[in-house]
Ligand binder design. Sequence first.
Ligand code: MV4
Length: 458
Amino acid sequence: MFTKVLVANRGEIALRVMRACHELGVGTVAVHSEADADALHVRFADESVCIGPNTPASSYLNVNRILSAAEITDSEAIHPGYGFLAENAEFAEMCESCDIRWIGPPAKVIAGMGNKSLAKEKMLQAGVPVIPGSDGAVADEAQALELAASIGFPVMIKAASGGGGKGMRIARDPDDLSNNMLIAQAEAESAFGDGTVYIEKYLPNPRHVEVQLIADRHGNVVHLGERDCSVQRRHQKLVEESPCAGISTELRGSIQETAVRGARAMNYESAGTMEFLVQDDAYYFMEMNTRIQVEHPVSEMVTGRDLIKEMIRVAAGEPLTFGQADVRFAGHAIECRINAEDPAQNFMPRPGRTDFIHLPGGAGVRVDSHAYQGYSISPYYDSMIAKIICHGSDRREAIARMIRALDECVVDGVESTISFLQAVMREERFAAGDVSTRYLEEFAWNGTELVRKDMAEV
Ligand code: MV4
């Protein structure tokens, strides 16, 4: 096992990683920007290094400063958390060449999954169902039109180097496709430096279902069940839960098994998530996230396993401490993200100083947060203040517990998503587990309640 790990991140995930390190008896090094000098992750760590000014580019994305911090502190490994450098294959490669272990999948695997079109081809070869569409990139409009005619409209144009909803366009008919192809390619070129696009059949209202995976260097690949992350706004997840409500036991088992097969085919290692779209009784691979995700605690709560500790162990070359047969799934867990955003203003970030904060507690409630009394939400970083994760013996209890926990939550001084999330927990379609990625489009938020839109608008 390592004696010292550097955490190349900030906020709640930096705390989460350090907690795991301390439980393993591993020392911790924090890196921080000038704005974060008083941040909790700095105080949690055994040692800290200021790596630069407030902008992410000059600090949390500054690979040279981070590697220097690792060198001067004799850190043996780096955990990247999520965001920032977590899916940067070049950085993973640089760590390894500096003889610093990367707590994540191998650089080649990160790069392989980073190209969404290549990832899809690889998964298809592994027998994983993918959304019908082009085999790899589409070169030009003529090829796109021919393909769309065979798979049927509407189709989606996606950027190969995109992901997470960036660089996508819907085309409803041939004219639409002609108009959108060049735009999509130009947008992809300017956003990702790669104009490659591919095409697939557009699914009208799928669920977003993702499988949590963890794998070691000894050939063990284990899933910790699936999460439904359909409740999102502009590709920003607000609510996640496990298990996914409203799918059959057979479909659930099949998705989980498929995810494990896909991960095996690419010699996956570390924690990762395979994302699927589920439409009616069919499911399709969408992309793979080669990092720990924000919503990992819901999987931890239903399985009682610690994903971060396992990530650290497998990076140190140890085998997983459990096999698939040891994993027991108990009850239901839901996560709500408390963000400093105004849900009545398109979830616009509202950074600022909090006057008073009280976070919930009690049976079945986990709170992952870096906020404290008087904490200021910086405009430089993510607006997430806290993750509230509630576990119950079943979904009803988990929801009731979340309503109770959100009631206890006080964040004074900034706008937050608390009352919006309260309303979602009480909304009847959500309560019935009847959600899709378009669920939130069906409502408007007037500052107090969810108002169902006229169906013609949706
Ligand atoms: C789709 C789709 C419908 N059909 N692909 C959004 C994130 C990116 N990774 C892929 N996304 C989608 N791809 C086809 N062929 C709908 C979405 C989508 C979505 C997916 C998951 C969660 C929320 C979403 C919100 C809007 C669109």
